[in-house]
Design a protein. Structure first.
Length: 260
């Protein structure tokens, strides 16, 4: 008998193994590709973060100059976006300048008759807020009850005359203001206080004259100023044999010229 030829080994087991090995190799290659793609994507995200950081710094840098410009604009009195004006520079400066003024007004005497007064003032300002002033005035003097007394005994008790004053004062200007007279006219000014002492030259005066008051100045230009002030002169006086301290209120107004 002839022996049967050996049977051919089945191909399926080898084919299945090769297919499985091919699948495993494909999975490994896919994993490697995914890992490489992730590694490549990581630097791009870092670069994006780095690119965003300078943008944020640039925005911060832009905000700081804007704030500085806004503060500067407020100091100069103008803003880029039309906001309300803030602290402003003074248009009129007094430091190291001289003021020569002519004044006149009403003199309300305590012991004698109320009358008028006129004169001049010279001031020097060593600083913007403080000044030194000398005021010289002339005031006609008469006794308001002279006519009734003269009609009673036909004698003259008080002779009308004139009094001269020379007062040295310290000026203090703590308030700088602006006054709007129209839509296009804004005038700068100062509200100031004064205190001083001096002499009143008259036969009824017994001693030094003390002074206190306050006033307003409007600066129409660099060289011309309008002034209005109220002063109280404390004067020791003797009238018809009776001596006492009198308060004499004076309202003065006028114009000043500036030098320097």
């Amino acid at each position: 008998m002839l022996a049967a030829p050996p049977s051919k080994p089945p191909d399926t087991p080898f084919e299945d193994r090769s297919a499985d090995s091919g699948d495993e190799k494909g999975d490994e290659q896919g994993k490697k590709q995914n890992a490489e793609s992730k590694a490549a994507a990581a630097p791009s995200s870092d670069e994006a973060t780095e690119s965003e950081a300078p943008g944020e710094e640039g925005a911060t840098d832009e905000e700081e100059p804007e704030n500085n410009l806004h503060a500067l604009a407020c100091l100069e009195g103008e803003t880029a976006d039309g906001k309300r004006k803030g602290v402003q520079r003074r248009d009129f400066l007094k430091k190291h300048r001289c003021e020569l003024g002519a004044v006149g007004g009403y003199y309300a005497s305590d012991a004698l008759s109320s009358t008028y007064s006129y004169g001049g003032a010279l001031a020097f300002y060593p600083s913007e807020d403080f000044g030194l002033e000398v005021l010289v005035t002339r005031t006609p003097i008469k006794f308001r009850l002279e006519e009734p007394f003269s009609g009673f005994d036909a004698e003259q008790h008080f002779t009308p005359s004139a009094a001269f004053q020379a007062i040295g004062s310290l000026l203090w200007s703590p308030i700088h203001a602006k006054f709007k007279f129209s839509e296009s006219t804004i005038v700068h000014g100062d509200i100031f206080a004064m205190a001083g002492a001096g002499r009143t030259f008259h036969e009824s005066v017994l001693g030094l004259t003390w002074e206190a008051g306050f006033g307003l100045k409007l600066y129409f230009s660099r060289f011309v100023t309008f002034r209005l002030e109220l002063r109280d002169f404390l004067i020791p006086q003797e009238v018809l044999g009776r001596g006492r301290s009198t308060n004499n209120l004076t309202i003065l107004g006028g114009l000043s010229l500036w030098f320097g």
